[in-house]
Design a protein around this ligand. Structure first.
Ligand SMILES: Cc1cc2nc3c(=O)[nH]c(=O)nc-3n(C[C@H](O)[C@H](O)[C@H](O)COP(=O)(O)OP(=O)(O)OC[C@H]3O[C@@H](n4cnc5c(N)ncnc54)[C@H](O)[C@@H]3O)c2cc1C
Length: 489
């Protein structure tokens, strides 16, 4: 009997189990004993299928992984809960995975075993004088934003409110404030994690410095489970900034706007940041939107952005907004995802060539769009500037000489098969193959792509060997092991 078979009866007879977890039934069956002993060791609780809280904590943002539900959830509230969970899962031979914000593109925070949920670890502590902040592992971008809103301090992070700070910082963390401020990971002062052996460890520039290096870019679930992160925040650079959005309709406008946006980004100051989202639409129509911020005056910002006007935007928004309102404008408000999606990305080292722009627009026009399947090709001009003033080997985040990320995303119905529909898969194969000579083979590790060949090089490049050595040192049994985890040296 393998460990799945061993656990199946445990969860199949859920009614009996609930009692076991809380110790109300004195069944000493082989399967019930371990989990009955485990539940009370947590300050949080063990949650079983059909119990309150199970559905929300096991919810997968990407519908592709909705069926990878755990057998049980350990709702952790403290570092000791994390330790107990790791030790219990290892002792029982149960597979496990940590989850914070649950936004991993490739389902790497899903497991059929024990889900070690950090989601309810929400503590935040700020020293307002120094701007040093410590957040617990379950804090999401939106928790941090509402904590900091109105104050003088900020942490450069991403645009999605529900993304967890844990996953974000461990893989880098890019957004509209990275070009002037740097990555989220560049602001990390220290982090506390529990290793596979149950040791609690602090990593910083002076303690376990090799692991600290690795934690800034390796991506989550590689060395241990982090309970908290301490960051040095930045002062707001300006109380009011320019927030803008330009919209374009049709292939011709999109082609012109992409060329203009690409060019203006080559010479733009670090204080300008934008993203260009190009979307499929019914009947092979396409549309696009450039949105972003400029930390400076409206006149200066609009003069930098003026080349976009050649593409005759269908709508323009450009307003000076107080800092926190501008950040809210740039936030991708999202409810629960109702999509299954597959996202692939290539880093942009050079400006996009005319051939690359033509390919992107042609491919988007060709997408088999319907009410249940859509695509977008997005250019995130969020690298360069301060990100590239750190050397590629100074942290595990190697992508220090790129200008942005080109991301191809196709989505389809949440409840459909995990594999993309055949016409979507064909489309993605074409975009991917044809873009190989026009963009780099490097990929952002925080947008993991389960189909990526040669992902080790694509995510880590010249830092791979060192990461493998650190993996061997801190997780020699390869306990933190999944499809794209860092291999042992
Ligand atoms: C809609 C959407 C928008 C996004 N926007 C941005 C953006 O603007 N900028 C950007 O840089 N990225 C963005 N991302 C990518 C995001 O940064 C990564 O997906 C990130 O890893 C998500 O972190 P999480 O905690 O939400 O996810 P989870 O799925 O909980 O975790 C991600 C990975 O880290 C592991 N993990 C989680 N917590 C811990 C922990 N405490 N210790 C050890 N391992 C842990 C998990 O097992 C998993 O492998 C976006 C993703 C989505 C889906």
């Amino acid at each position: 009997m393998d460990r799945r078979d061993f656990l199946k009866p445990l969860f199949a007879t859920a009614g009996g189990l609930y009692f076991d977890v809380y110790g109300q039934v004195s069944s000493d069956s082989e399967v019930s004993r371990p989990i009955r002993k485990f539940g009370p060791k947590l300050k949080g609780r063990v949650i079983l299928p059909n119990e309150a809280g199970f559905a929300s904590l096991s919810y997968a943002n990407n519908g592709r992984y909705r069926l990878d539900t755990p057998w049980a959830i350990a709702e952790c509230l403290t570092a000791e809960d994390i330790r107990q969970s790791i030790l219990w899962a290892r002792e029982q031979g149960v597979p496990f995975a940590p989850r914070a914000g649950g936004h991993n593109f490739a389902g790497y925070s899903s497991t059929s075993g024990l889900l070690i949920s950090l989601t309810n670890m929400k503590a935040i502590e700020l020293d307002v004088k120094t701007g040093v902040i410590t957040v617990s592992a379950g804090v999401q971008n939106r928790d941090l934003a509402s904590f900091l809103r109105g104050g003088d301090w900020l942490l450069p992070s991403g645009t999605c409110p529900a993304v967890g700070v844990s996953g974000l910082v461990l893989g880098g963390g890019v957004g509209h404030n990275s070009r002037w401020g740097g990555l989220t990971a560049d602001h990390l002062l220290s982090t506390t994690l529990v290793t596979a052996k149950g040791e609690q460890m602090v990593c910083s520039a002076t303690q376990n410095a090799d692991l600290f290096w690795a934690c800034r870019g390796a991506a989550g679930r590689n060395f241990g489970i982090h309970s908290a992160f301490t960051f040095q925040l930045r002062r707001l650079p300006r109380s009011e900034i320019l927030a803008f959005g330009f919209e374009f309709q049709g292939a011709e406008a999109l082609t012109q706007a992409l060329a203009a946006c690409n060019k203006l980004n080559q010479n733009a100051p670090d204080t300008l940041s934008c993203a260009f989202i190009c979307s499929s639409a019914p009947e092979h129509h396409v549309s696009g939107a450039v949105y972003g911020q400029y930390i400076g005056s409206k006149d200066d910002g609009l003069s930098i952005l003026a080349p976009l006007m050649i593409a005759k935007p269908s709508d323009v928004y450009a307003e000076m907004l107080p800092w926190w309102r501008a950040q809210a404008y740039l936030t991708d408000e999202e409810g629960p995802s109702h999509k299954s999606y597959w996202s692939r990305n290539r880093l942009m080292r050079e400006p996009l060539s005319d051939a690359a722009i033509a390919l992107m627009v042609t491919q988007l026009v060709a997408f088999p769009h319907s009410s249940s399947q859509q695509a977008d090709i997005t250019f995130l001009y969020w690298l360069g500037g301060a990100v590239n003033r750190v050397a590629p080997r100074d942290t595990a985040f190697v992508h220090r000489n790129s200008q942005g990320i080109a991301r191809f995303t196709a989505n389809w119905a949440y409840n459909a098969d995990a594999s993309p529909p055949a016409d979507v898969a064909d489309w993605m194969a074409q975009v991917w193959d044809q873009s190989s000579s026009l963009l780099t083979a490097n990929s952002y590790q925080n947008f993991p792509d389960p189909a990526l060949q040669n992902w080790q090089q694509a995510y880590y490049g010249e830092n791979l060997t060192r990461l493998m050595q650190i993996k061997k040192k801190y997780d020699s049994d390869n306990v933190f092991n999944f499809a794209q985890s860092i291999p042992l040296a």
